[in-house]
Design a protein around this ligand. Structure first.
Ligand code: HEC
Ligand code: HEC
Length: 237
C-alpha cells in the first residue's frame, strides 16, 4: 500500500517482490550447485550456466524441468519446484553470471494465425506433430505436447532450444504469430469432434493440410509412442 502511494507520487521505490539475486544464490546452492557447480561454471553432472540468459533459466524452472532428478533421462515438464518469487530470484542470480537472451515479451493480440500456421508447419510440426500433440525424435528423445505450455514458455523454447530441439531466431512479429498459432491449437476441440466447423477460418485449411499429411503422420505415429491426442486418427483425416 505504502509503495503504491509512493509510486503514485512519482517516487521510484522498489516493489516488494523485486527479485533478489542473493536469495537466488542461496536457492541455487541448495538445489542446483551439485550439478552445475558452485558458481554455475558447470560440473560433472550439469552444463555451465554462464551466459545461458534469463530466457533459459525461466523456461527450465517454469516448465519444472529443473532441478533435474536423474541426469540420464530427458528433462520433462512437471510441476515447478519453486514459486514465482523464487523463480524470479533464481533467474536474477543465474542470469547475472553472464550475458544471455532475456525473457521474450510475447503479445499475441494481433498475431496472424495463417502466418503462424505456416511457421509452425515449416519449423515445428515435424517433431511436435501437426496439432502440437508431440512425437518421437529419434530413438531416445521425444518432443512433448505443446498443448499445455504457456505462451512465454513457447517463445522461450524457440530461443533456448532445450534438449534435442534446435534454436530458432524469429523476428518479434513472427514469434508472436507462431505463439498465437500454438495457443490457438490449444483451444481446438478434441480430435474427432464434430465442432470443427465452429472454430474459425484457419480450421478448414488446417484440416485439409492434416489430411494431406496423413500418411506422414501415420508413419510417425507408428514409430512414436502412444499419444493421447492426435489429429491423425483416420476417422478425422
Ligand atoms: C541432477 C543434476 C541437475 C540439477 C540438480 C540441476 N540441473 Fe540444470 N541441467 C542439468 C543437465 C544434465 C542439463 C542439460 C540437459 C537439458 O538441457 O535438458 C541441465 C540444463 C539446465 C539449463 C539449460 C542450460 C542451457 O544451456 O540453456 C538450465 C538453465 C538449468 N539446468 C538450470 C538449473 C537450475 C536453476 C537448477 C536448480 C534449481 C538446476 N538446473 C538443477 C542437470 C541438473
Ligand atoms: C528436431 C525436433 C524439434 C523441432 C523442429 C522443434 N522442437 Fe520443440 N522440442 C523438441 C524436444 C526434443 C523438446 C524437449 C526438450 C527437452 O528435452 O527438454 C522440445 C520442447 C519444446 C517445448 C517445451 C514444451 C513443454 O511444455 O514442455 C516447446 C514450447 C517447444 N518445443 C516448441 C517448439 C516450437 C514452437 C518449434 C518450432 C519453432 C519447435 N519446438 C521445434 C524438439 C523439437
Amino acid at each position: 500500500m505504502l509503495s503504491l502511494v509512493l509510486w503514485a507520487a512519482g517516487a521510484s521505490v522498489a516493489p516488494a517482490q523485486e527479485p533478489d539475486p542473493a536469495e537466488g544464490r542461496e536457492l541455487y546452492i541448495d538445489s542446483c550447485a551439485s550439478c552445475h557447480g558452485a558458481e554455475g561454471e558447470g560440473a560433472e553432472h550439469g552444463p555451465s550456466l554462464v551466459g545461458v540468459g534469463a530466457a533459459s533459466v525461466d523456461f527450465y524452472l517454469r516448465t519444472g524441468r529443473m532441478p533435474l532428478a536423474n541426469e540420464s533421462q530427458q528433462a520433462v515438464k512437471k510441476e515447478p519446484a519453486f514459486d514465482d518469487a523464487q523463480i524470479e530470484s533464481l533467474v536474477a542470480y543465474v542470469s547475472s553470471l553472464g550475458e544471455g537472451p532475456p525473457i521474450p515479451e510475447v503479445d499475441t493480440a494481433t498475431a496472424e494465425l495463417s502466418a503462424g500456421q505456416e511457421l509452425f508447419r515449416d519449423n515445428c510440426s515435424a517433431c511436435h506433430g501437426a496439432a502440437g500433440a508431440g512425437g518421437a525424435v529419434g530413438s531416445n528423445a521425444f518432443a512433448p505436447s505443446l498443448l499445455e505450455t504457456d505462451p512465454v514458455q513457447i517463445a522461450e523454447a524457440t530461443i533456448v532450444g532445450p534438449g534435442q530441439m534446435p534454436k530458432f531466431a524469429f523476428e518479434e512479429e513472427a514469434l508472436n504469430d507462431l505463439v498465437g498459432y500454438v495457443t490457438y491449437l490449444q483451444d481446438v476441440p478434441e480430435p474427432g469432434g464434430e465442432d470443427i466447423g465452429r472454430v474459425g477460418p484457419v480450421a478448414e485449411g488446417f484440416v485439409a493440410w492434416v489430411a494431406g499429411m496423413g500418411a506422414l503422420i501415420a508413419i510417425s505415429m507408428f514409430v512414436g509412442r502412444k499419444r493421447e491426442r492426435s489429429p491423425a486418427e483416420p476417422d478425422q483425416a
